[in-house]
Design a protein. Structure first.
Length: 333
């Protein structure tokens, strides 16, 4: 059962009491002219002035901050200490509005007087991050505080990063900082190393998976831009036969059918991956080890659904490159 809706009177009271100055965003001052940006949904979002008081979802905040745009508030899907987008950022002066998926403190958000909400657009769900089906209904009130905009989780993390660079520029960022150029160069070099490693293992197949108590989830690259990037660079990421029509990000396998696919390497959902996870699942669910790659310990963390920046992608690519170089292309069927 959803939590009750945030009472309109309560929200109005919060908005009415927002005369006090909130923490500075550190973002360049807005221009006097109109502002616009084409959202991932295809809609053009407009404002009379360039927004400066921004609330952003975790990954999107990371992307904006990589270009020098500091939000006044951030909402995350997990604790800041473990969120891969936030754990190494300087968040001093930024309000944390939530550390659990689907739960946003809208009253605190309102007190920040935002003029823009930034969250990825998810095509399959037709919603922005934090506003999808299943979140607390009162959390969706966030969208009433300011216009919502974001880049689409579409065909490429590279395009996602470029989209947030465009958004940052529209918000006044100067992207000629040498550190930005260095991250892009590091990313380009990581891509070159990854392509070389994949080319040296022409028969290698991989499958992106997420085991859970109820069933085994097999990722559909069509809705995972980082997997589409890996495919575009030559890696044979298996496309599942039967994605769930209601939620096509995954094909859902019963544990009895966990071995439907036999890749050489398992790309393990990084949100649940630990160094001991493979052995633990093998002891918990014997059919897990019917997957030859799992039995051989041929598993590596997959940076699932969180990458937003060139620097983070470069780091993760180097880890995947090492895994490809060490992999045996004869494990799977």
């Amino acid at each position: 059962m959803w939590r009750s809706l945030l009472a309109a009177a309560a929200l109005s009271a919060v908005l009415a009491g927002c005369g006090a100055e909130a923490p500075s965003s550190g973002t360049p001052a807005g221009s006097s002219g109109p502002w616009s940006f084409t959202d991932g949904s295809g809609q053009v979002v407009t404002a009379e002035r360039t927004p400066t008081r921004i609330i952003a979802h975790a990954g999107e905040a990371n992307a904006l901050m990589s270009f020098g745009i500091r939000p006044v508030g951030i909402y995350a899907d997990e604790p800041v200490a473990t969120d891969p987008n936030l754990k190494d950022l300087d968040l001093d002066g930024i309000e944390i509005l939530g550390e659990e998926w689907g739960k946003i403190d809208v009253e605190k958000a309102a007190s920040l007087r935002p003029d823009l909400i930034v969250g990825d657009w998810w095509p399959a769900e037709k919603a922005h991050s934090g506003l999808e089906e299943g979140v607390d209904e009162k959390s969706k009130k966030l969208a009433e505080l300011a216009p919502v905009v974001g880049v689409s989780q579409g065909k490429s993390i590279v395009e996602l990063a470029e989209g947030y660079e465009d958004l940052a520029v529209s918000l006044g960022a100067k992207v000629d900082d040498p550190r930005i150029a260095a991250n892009k160069q590091r990313f380009d070099e990581a891509v070159a190393r990854f392509k070389a490693a994949v080319a040296a293992k022409p028969g290698l197949t991989v499958l992106a998976m997420s085991p859970a108590d109820d069933q085994v989830y097999v990722a559909n690259p069509e809705y995972a831009p980082e997997l589409l990037d890996l495919q575009s660079w030559g890696l044979q990421v298996i496309n599942p036969d039967s994605p769930d029509p209601a939620f096509p990000y995954w094909e859902n396998l019963s544990w009895e059918n966990a071995d439907k696919y036999q890749p050489d390497v398992i790309l393990w959902d990084g949100r649940s991956f630990t160094p001991t996870a493979n052995a633990e699942w093998g002891a918990k669910q014997p059919t897990w080890f019917q997957i030859q790659a799992a039995r051989a310990g041929s598993v590596v963390a997959w940076p699932a659904y969180w990458l937003h920046t060139y620097g983070d992608f470069a780091t993760e690519l180097d880890l995947l490159t090492a895994a490809v170089e060490a992999a045996d292309a004869n494990i799977g069927a």
